[in-house]
Design a protein around this ligand. Sequence first.
Ligand SMILES: [Zn+2]
Length: 330
Amino acid sequence: MRVSCIVLFLGAFVLSTGTVSAVEKLELPINPKCNQAQIDRKGLNSNQTGCTAITRSAWDWKYAPINRELLEAKFKHHKIEYLTYHHQALFGESIETALKTGRQSEINQAKKEVRRKAELRLRAKGIREQVTNINGGNCANGECHFKKFGDIAYHYIVDQYGNIAEGRSLDYAPGTYTKSYGTNKIHDFKNHLAVMILGNFDAQELTREGKLALIRVLSAGQRKYKIETKNIQPHKHHANSSCPGVNILSLRGKNAIPEMTLLYSLQSELIDRGCKPQAVSQHVFLDGKYGTMTETALLRLQADNPSLNYEIVSDQMLMSLLENPQYRCK
Ligand SMILES: [Zn+2]
């Protein structure tokens, strides 16, 4: 009798966890400069910059409906363990063609032309229109995202003006055509959160706003899902691809995306715990760089909470803070 009760109890537990195991939603703060209602009604004006979390319904998805059946069958996942960053590779074919010639002058010319077109596109079309196009447009070659992937391939899309748009539901793994290294198999990106920046970073340089938008999303993911910095990686790290382009891949040391994300996460924690100097605005404090302001705030937090005796910029420090909301500046 006792055994069957336990079995029944376990059965109920499995059933109940099966229905509540959706990935917890990521909350990105809404930028008060942006009028969300206006975005929802008219679409984002390309002059509106630094808008956060443009909702899924604010871009025009009705021409590319979500294929829930395909998503459930092929992409369902239950947790986020990796954060991966991508670029759009806009007009990338012409660079590929030039690379095959091996002639530097042709490669340079192709890059110059891609840069010109990408910048023109960014100015002419806002993030909303670009995201709509990626998802539903250009289906002639049968590769439009919503057909193969059930929805846009990425969870978040950012642009060079610092705008951030929501994409695919976090309940589903990102879509990809790329293969695992040394195999002919499409790489499995289950348990990844994918952020994509519009443009082509084999040709373009990342703007400060673009970089910070990318880092803001990655940092929100790092703090929410407690992701170690080593698991924040470019697409190329996991699968056979040049994504997100040489000009992002070549960022090293304190300018590298994962390192800046960790700093940004620590800075966000310092703000939430009352450690930021009052005279400094949040906008200035949150830069993903280790400067005097961040050092002072971290040392103050450590002095007020002596049990926090970790190296001040480290995953251990961040994880300890995430586990212990009681650590605050007095
Ligand atoms: Zn990619």
